[in-house]
Write a protein that binds this ligand. Structure first.
Ligand code: XMP
Length: 524
């Protein structure tokens, strides 16, 4: 992609993807690389600016992630955030120490409005702080541009060399004017003109795909999720009937989802693509029988998916290209981009079917964040209902059923989940109609899971011994961290009562209050 770009160097902090997303919201393309990336490689990318992220270490300790001094001598503007700010100071001859007072949370910061980063920021502004160390003395040539009651250097800069250090996190929304600061860095200091836009991305991608594919044959595994749907429609627009989509129904989809996918992409849908649906439910349940260990379940589902797909691909014969709906967070989280640890295996990346006879892989969304994939979907004219579908994991309900997966348990969790989503959606719509604004409690992701716990209950004078369903609802900006959402209790009461009455095999409903960390969003 030949365009202006800013590079985020990842030092292992939790907000790294957020930094890149905020930069892209300023219409500037941005990629994340590990701090281990060689200087020559960075130079070769010819970035317009470099941002150093936060991280959990102390920069003055031996073996902490660092970067060579020459990075700051390229003449390319550098912005250090939190750990990045401290590292810049440390490497350039300033002093970083353990702070006498640890700052955490929303803190009032006083800024110098003559700094290019703060020119239209309020003199006293609320910022998100999270640090144990602090800059005790700025590096030579730097002047202090912000401070707090406890932190003498909340920001510093060397304007001539275009080096900027910020102790707080402008990328986090709690920093009220953070986006402005990042905008000033990438647009004013780095001089990016802001050419990263979804309409031109879609247009260019279609043209690129057309050129690359020529009159070749393309195969796409369609899951019905947002990513593979957007990828498929983009391909369909580019090459029409040269594309064949294979949809494997593994029996772990949400209620009625298989039919909904077929409605959109099948022969009666709006796109002229070859669509093959494989109903492989029984096969997956057989493989999963007796398996309880979460990672093993994930592996089995991922591998079986590939086997089924391969078999179908063999029937189709040799194809030239295979499409994958990989998106940028998959790339970063799989350790291919930044520094994030792999906590769960996301099977979209790395699990390529090597026996399918194809020449090349096409990953049209590989550089996009989820919100950008959605924007691209809207640009492509995909119905909003599909574009704004909740994220759904590849292994599907397999990881929302704790313990062994059986057809019966799948039915229970599908029915409970459908009721839960229906009631939350209805209540949120009613709220929006009555108040003229979206319900503030509407969660970003909400679903039911089946605990493996059975307990005693009483129903119509009869003793029951049935399963407990857990309701999960989280608010999150990036799915890397999340808070449990506060759905009004009358909505939850209704969900509970409907589930107990309508879903056979359930006699108890729990609401999960756990945030991430320490929990994860999914149960397995
Ligand atoms: P966790 O459970 O890791 O979930 O907190 C974070 C987000 O990722 C989704 N998720 C997955 N998506 N394949 C996927 O495509 C997976 O294996 C997978 N596991 C979790 C999850 O729904 C949430 O939005």
């Amino acid at each position: 992609m030949d365009q202006e770009k800013v590079i985020v160097i990842d030092f292992g902090g939790q907000y790294n993807q957020l930094v890149a997303r905020r930069v892209r919201e300023c219409n500037v393309y941005c990629e994340i690389y590990s701090y281990r990336t060689a200087l020559d490689q960075i130079k070769a990318m010819n970035p317009k600016g470099i941002i150093l992220t936060g991280g959990p270490n102390s920069c003055y300790e031996e073996n902490s992630p660092t970067y060579q001094k020459e990075l700051f001598e390229l003449g390319i503007p550098v912005l250090g955030l939190c750990y990045g700010a401290q590292l810049m100071t440390h490497v350039l001859g300033g002093r970083v120490e353990k702070a006498p007072v640890r700052e955490y949370g929303k803190i009032e910061v006083t800024v110098d409005q003559t700094s290019p980063l703060f020119m239209d920021v309020q003199q006293k502004t609320i910022c998100w702080m999270s640090h144990n160390d602090y800059i005790a003395q700025t590096a030579p040539g730097f002047s202090i541009t912000a401070h707090t009651a406890d932190c003498p250097v909340a920001a510093a800069e060397n304007k001539e060399r275009k080096l900027y250090a910020i102790q707080f996190h402008p990328e986090v929304l709690h920093t009220q004017e953070g986006t402005k600061m990042l905008y000033h860095f990438v647009r004013d200091v780095c001089g990016c003109s802001g050419t990263w836009r979804m309409d031109s991305f879609v247009e260019n991608s279609i043209a690129e795909i057309r050129e690359k594919v020529g009159n070749g044959k393309v195969l796409c595994a369609l899951s019905g999720g947002v990513d593979s749907s957007v990828a498929a429609v983009m391909l369909a627009k580019a090459i029409g009937s040269q594309l064949t989509c294979v949809f494997v129904d593994h029996g772990l989809l949400r209620k009625n989802e298989g039919d909904e996918v077929e409605e959109v992409f099948g022969p009666n849908g709006p796109y002229r693509l070859n669509f093959i649906r494989i109903n492989a439910q029984e096969r997956f349940y057989r493989k999963l029988a007796g398996v309880t260990e979460p990672e093993k379940k994930r592996k089995i589902i991922g591998e079986e998916f590939i086997r089924v797909f391969e078999e179908e691909a063999k029937k189709i014969g040799a194809v030239d290209f295979l499409v994958q709906g990989t998106i940028y967070p998959d790339v970063v989280e799989s350790g291919l981009g930044g520094e994030s640890a792999v906590i769960k295996s996301h099977h979209n990346v790395g699990g390529l079917p090597d026996c399918v006879d194809f020449k090349e892989i096409i990953e049209p969304l590989r550089n996009l964040f989820k919100d950008e994939v959605r924007k691209a979907g809207l640009e492509l004219g995909i119905p909003e209902k599909l574009v704004f579908r909740q994220p759904f994991p590849g292994p599907g309900l397999g990881i929302r059923i704790i313990g062994e997966v059986t057809a019966e348990k799948v039915r229970i969790v599908q029915d409970a989940d459908a009721i839960y989503r229906e009631e939350v959606d209805r209540a949120a719509e009613t709220y929006a109609k009555e108040h003229g604004e979206p319900a503030p409690w509407k969660p970003d992701q909400y679903f039911a899971a089946l605990t493996n716990m059975r307990s005693v209950g009483v129903m119509g004078d009869e003793r029951t011994y049935d399963y407990a369903v857990a309701l999960r609802a989280v608010n999150t900006i990036d799915f890397m961290t999340a808070e449990s959402a506060e759905i009004p209790s009358e909505v939850l009461q209704k969900v509970m009562s409907r589930i107990i009455n309508e879903v056979r095999g359930v006699n108890r409903v729990f609401y999960d209050l756990t945030s991430k960390p320490p929990g994860t969003i999914e149960f397995e």
